[in-house]
Design a binder for this molecule. Structure first.
Ligand code: PMP
Length: 391
């Protein structure tokens, strides 16, 4: 039976890592994989996480099972940072821990399907796993252009998608730091989106995987909070893997908001059943470390300071790229206005290959770059290579 399975193409970014590691050029630049890097090119464990892990080692007295909802003090501890004053009252919101943001996205879409959703509106391009999860769940993807050529969000496309959606549709929105384009909605655009969603015709799902890496913890949650205030029903997928640097520990949370405490209870019972069937319960360690941080004022401040350092480095690199103006045919100015770790460059597949082979610059075939892979030392090498290849 198993010999009938067809070969699947490997994850393109993982294949790129292999190529990068095998390249012995000293000045090679990795803009492929989506992890934050310091000015020295490292992806270290946060000091706040190290502090929390030391406490966990000292105090944890059991690793016995938790339920499918995971560590509810972790789930609750995030709420003031994610929802703040927008936290729904009267038991209208509940949540659970998930294996990474990916687990939360999976759970949100599976629950939406269980509630009757058959198609999902989504701006494209998007994080490739969104489409993979939709396909795996047999949900129809209704794509619309996320960004305009000038690097702003395509609001007309979103308006049209929402107004022409017929019954049983959800819309999947990135809360901030859009992956892969870096093109976020402005606050005024979020105000309009929240008003458009207020009638409840389309179920909103917000995936927020980079809070704090754009303009600030509160600023990056503006859209999520504004939508939360405007609608009765909302599903939220949250990742701690970037803003706590926990990647492989797989730390995420899922929140469901409905119009009543009773409906929320029923929704969470469905989510718990889906979790049990998928992964039984989430891994504990990373979420426990986040919980220790969030329950301690000094560790919380240390964590927020570390996020602020990441954010300002990303913003400095973006500002430098924008200052460079153009590189060959590529206008870098929009990168100064965009948010988070990612940007899409208008380069062809051939140009991506040439950048890699002739200049040691590694990026996704789509032209997505991780701006955190750039440093003040290698930024000129990068823009020179881009100018040569596209000029
Ligand atoms: N959503 C988006 C938009 C992402 O970019 C990512 C990470 N690449 C995730 C969700 C999931 O993150 P993780 O599963 O690593 O927490």
């Amino acid at each position: 039976m198993l010999d009938k399975l067809e070969e699947q193409s490997p994850d393109a970014l993982l294949a790129l890592i292999k190529l990068f590691n095998a390249d012995d050029r000293d000045d090679k630049i990795d803009l492929g994989v989506g992890v934050y890097r310091t000015k020295d090119g490292d992806t270290p464990v946060f000091d706040a996480i190290k502090g929390a892990e030391r406490r966990l080692v000292e105090t944890q007295d059991s690793k016995s099972y938790l339920g499918p909802e995971g560590d509810m003090r972790f789930v609750g501890g995030l709420i003031p940072h994610v929802f703040a004053d927008a936290e729904p009252a009267d038991g209208r919101m509940d949540g659970m821990q998930t294996p990474g943001g990916t687990g939360a996205v999976r759970l949100a879409l599976a629950l939406a399907k269980q509630a009757g959703v058959t198609r999902v509106l989504m701006g494209t391009p998007s994080w490739p796993n969104h489409a993979q999860i939709l396909a795996d769940l047999d949900l129809e993807l209704v794509g619309f252009d996320h960004a305009n050529a000038d690097g702003s969000a395509n609001m007309d496309a979103l308006r049209n998608a929402l107004s022409s959606a017929d019954g049983h549709a959800a819309v999947l929105l990135h809360g901030c730091c859009h992956n892969p384009t870096g093109v976020d909605y402005t606050h005024a655009e979020w105000d309009e989106i929240a008003a458009l969603l207020a009638d409840g015709a389309v179920l909103p799902i917000i995936d927020i995987a980079y809070q704090g890496l754009g303009d600030g913890m509160d600023e990056d949650a503006y859209g999520l909070r504004t939508v939360t205030n405007a609608v009765d029903e909302l599903l939220v997928a949250y990742s701690c893997d970037k803003n706590f640097g926990l990647y492989r520990d797989r730390v995420g949370a899922f929140y469901v908001i409905t119009g009543s405490e009773a409906a929320t209870k029923r929704a969470i019972s469905n989510a718990a059943a889906l979790a049990r069937a998928n992964w039984s319960m989430p891994p504990d360690h990373g979420g426990a470390a986040v919980r220790v941080i969030l329950e301690d004022a000094a560790l919380t401040q240390q964590w927020l300071d570390e996020v602020a350092d990441m954010r300002s480095r990303i913003r400095r690199v973006r500002a430098r790229l924008a200052e460079a103006g153009t590189a060959g045919s590529v206008d870098l100015a929009p990168l100064g206005r965009q948010k988070g770790m990612f940007a899409m460059l208008p380069v062809s597949k051939d140009q991506v290959q040439q950048l890699r082979e002739d200049h040691g610059v590694y990026m996704a075939g789509s032209g997505r770059i991780n701006v955190a892979g750039l440093t003040m030392q290698n930024i000129d090498t990068f823009t020179d290579a881009l100018a040569k290849v596209t000029g």
